[in-house]
Every structure is written in C-alpha cells, then in structure tokens.
Design a protein around this ligand. Sequence first.
Ligand code: FPP
Length: 229
Amino acid sequence: MDGNGRWAKKQNFKDRIFGHQNGTKAVREVIEASREIGVEYLTLYAFSTENWSRPKREVNALMELLVKSLKDEREQLIRNGIRLNSIGDISSLPGNCQKELEKVKELTSLNNKLVVTLALSYSSRWEITETIKSIARDAADGRLDPAAIDEAFINQRLHTGGIPDPELLIRTSGEQRISNYLLWQIAYTELYFTDTLWPDFHREEYYKALFDYQQRERRFGKTSEQLNT
Ligand code: FPP
C-alpha cells in the first residue's frame, strides 16, 4: 500500500499522516470489494520491519491508526464473515496494538468468507530466517527428520501457513520492486504495477487490476499448448 506520503504532499497537506489516514479508506474499500466479488484471501502490507526506522511521530501515528481502524471496523468484520489474520513480528508492536489485534482475530476466528491478513512488522527475510531457525531446532531436538522437509512442509511452517500463495500482487505508486514481501510465496504470482497512489486506489482501480489479471495466461513453466489441450 505505497504512496500515502506522496498523496498527502500532492493534496498540499503538510503532514504525511493525512495520507495514511486516507489510506485506511482505501483499505476499507478494497476489503469490501474483495468480499463482494468473492476474493477469498487478501493480504495487505501495512508495516514493514524497515518502517520502524521512520520518524517516531509517524510510527506512533501509524500504530494509533491501526488501533483505531481495528476498533472502528470490528463489528463490520464480524457481520460480514471476514476473518482477520496477521503475519510478522507481532510481539514488537505496542501493547495496545497487540491487544486490539488479538481481540479482533479471536472474535472473527470462525468467519470464512474472506481472510484478511495484515502484514505488520513484517519482512520476508525475517520470516524465512525465523522459520529456518524453528525447523532447525525441531531437527536438532530429534522431533523432525530432515528428509521430511519439502516445499509443502516449508509452506506450512511459514507465517502464511494455511494461506494459498498469492495469485496476484498489486503494487501501487509506481514503484517496481518487491520490498522484502512474501519472497517465497510469490514464486509464481502475477505482478501488477500501477502509478495510482494508495489513497486513490478505489474500487475501480482494484477491478482494473483484477481484469488485467484475468487476461493473463498462467503457465507455471508449461507451454500454452499444454494448457489448452
Ligand atoms: C506506504 O506509503 C504506506 C505505509 C508505510 C503504511 C500503510 C498504512 C495504511 C494504509 C493505513 C493503516 C493500515 C491499516 C491496515 C488500517 P508511504 O508512506 O511509504 O508513501 P510514500 O512512498 O509516498 O512516502
């Protein structure tokens, strides 16, 4: 969800935080649209491990915004059958963020229409490192035979265990890089880049990305002829 700061500047707001505040409106719209059209899994990169290095004031504002959004949206999520999930180093978030997040996760845990995963204090290399450490510990303690480690096993042990690999990755604001996001999981994901800044990423922009995705042929290494016979 990139481009909040630039959006605020473009609107002549002095403060980048206005961009983040308006970014939450786009989050709400994309979640609603996903539920309506039958997307089953939506993962949002809300705060990266690297984002901790931003000015303290911005970090605090983002954390407060997260708590406010969780409180404001709780009832809607419950009512609409949406399950909230998270990936990342949740223990590094401020106490009130952790508490609110866990509360909404618990309250929505039986919902199954759409799973919304927030990547918070997340970086893919961190996730992979932690997963390797945990697998290595199990092997060292004799709980795991290294010969049993295969791709499916690693999939299950990552924070995204239970969530299918993304079919489509959308990056807003004209940046064309992956920025330490789901590196293992996006091996065969279709990529979509748009110049639209995140707060302007409304329903129509989302549909445009999905329509673009629908035109693609996902070959997973096979030939077009193989897929069509
Ligand atoms: C990147 O834009 C955006 C972020 C670091 C924060 C994203 C957060 C939200 C959209 C709001 C809170 C989220 C939830 C789930 C309630 P940037 O600040 O890097 O923009 P820039 O590249 O234009 O500076």
